[in-house]
Design a protein around this ligand. Sequence first.
Ligand code: PLP
Length: 449
Amino acid sequence: AVGSQWNATEMEEAARRHLLSPSEAMEKLGQSARPLLSRGDGIYVIDAKGRRLIDGPAGMWCTQIGYNRREIADAIAEQALQLAYNSPWYTVNSPSAELAARIAAMTPGDLNRVFFTTGGSTAVDSALRFVEFYNNVLGRPEKKHIIVRREGYHGSTALTAACSGRAGNWPNFDIISDRISFISSPNIRLAGDKDEAAFLDFLVDEFRQEIARVGADKVAVFLAEPLLASGGVIIPPKGYHARFKAVCEEHDIVYISDEVVTGFGRCGEWFASEKVFGVVPDIITFAKGVTSGYVPLGGFAISERLLDKVSGDNARGSNYSNGYTYSGHPVSCAAALANIAVIEKDGILEHVRDISGYFAERLHSLADLPLVANVRASGLVGCVECLVDTSSPNVTDFDKRIGARIDIHCAELGLIVRPLGNMCVMSPALIITREQIDDMIGILRQGIE
Ligand code: PLP
C-alpha cells in the first residue's frame, strides 16, 4: 500500500483476519483470501504478485475512464487541500454546485435539481424517500407502494435491498415486504412462444394488473434500471420504458430510472434513459461512473414539475430533511468534475458509440461454444450466459456456479470476470480498444473452453 511498510503477505494476512467483505462464505471466514490488487493502469489491474489482468467488469462497472489518471488524482489532492469538507446542511461548496449544474444539463427533460449521496444504494434510497415525503406533503399518505421487477438490483440499504428482486439475494436478512411488489423481468427468455411485441404487451398488462390489485391511489413508484445489470444484462423489448412511463402517467406514479450502472457513458450517452431507451423519467439515480470509481459519490436528479408540487406556494409548510454528512462532498464532486472533463476531452462517449458494435459482435462470437446458451450486449456492457445440465447426477454445486469456475480459469489467463451464477458479465473501462477487446474475448473463450 502507498506509504505502508507492510509487504503483500502481511497485507493478505491482515485482510484474512480483520476484513469482513460484502460477500463471505461464513464457514470459511478468515480462511480464504481474495486476490490482493496493488495497482491499476488503464483497463488493467496489477495484483500483488505483479500479474497484469484485464479488469473485465471495470471494478463493479464503474472505472469508466480507467485507472491511473493523473487529472483525477490532482483534482482530489487540490480539493482536499483547498476545502476538504463542508456541512451540506448549512453551507455549499463550489464543486457540488458546479457538478449539479453539469448533471442538470446532461439529464433529459426538466430533471434540473440534483441531490448528492454517498453511492448507488443511498441514491436510490434517497429517491424513494423523496417520493415518500412528496406524497405525505401532498396529503396522500396511503400512496406508498413501490413496484419493481424480479432480477432488478437497487442496492443494500434496508429499503433498496427490499426492492432488489434477484432470488436468493438476501438469505438470512429480514426484508421489508408490505409495500413492495414484484412484476416480471423483461427477459425475452421468459416470453415462451410470444414474439417481442406480444411479450411487451404481456408485461404492460401485468403492470396494469398489479396497479389495479394494489390500487392506483396506493402505488407511488415504479423503479427500474434501463437494462437490468446485476440481473444479467437483461435488455427489455424495444419501447418497454416508454409504455411503462405512459402507464405511470395515467396513475400519477413516479417513474424512477436507476442509472447507477448505465449512467456516465456505459451506453454511449451521459444518461441512457432518453437517448438509448426512449424515456424521460421523473427521477434518475446515478453513482459509480460519476467519479469513475476514484472516490464514492451518488445522487439523483429530479424533475422540476414534481418539485413544484411540493415547494414554493405548494410547500404546505413542509421542510425536506434527509441527507448525509457527506452529501455533495467537495472532494468527491471535484473528482466527478475532473472525470467529466476527461470523458469530454478524450471523446469517450463517441468512442463507446463507435466501439460497442464491435464489442457486441466479438461477445456474440462466443455463441458457438457448446456451454454458451445466450449472449447479450448493450453499449459496453455484456453478458455470456452458460448452460449447465443440472439434471446430470455428476453435476456439483460448483459446476452450477459455472461463472465462478470460468472466473478462476480466466484469472489464470489474465482476465477478471464478473461471475453471476451461470453468467459472466463484461463491462470493461470505456477506453478499451479493439485490440484489447480481442484480448479480453480471446481469454474468455479459453476460460469457457
Ligand atoms: N442500483 C444499481 C442499478 C446497481 O447496479 C447498484 C450496484 O451495483 C446499486 C444501485 C447500488 O449501488 P452501490 O453499490 O454504489 O450502493
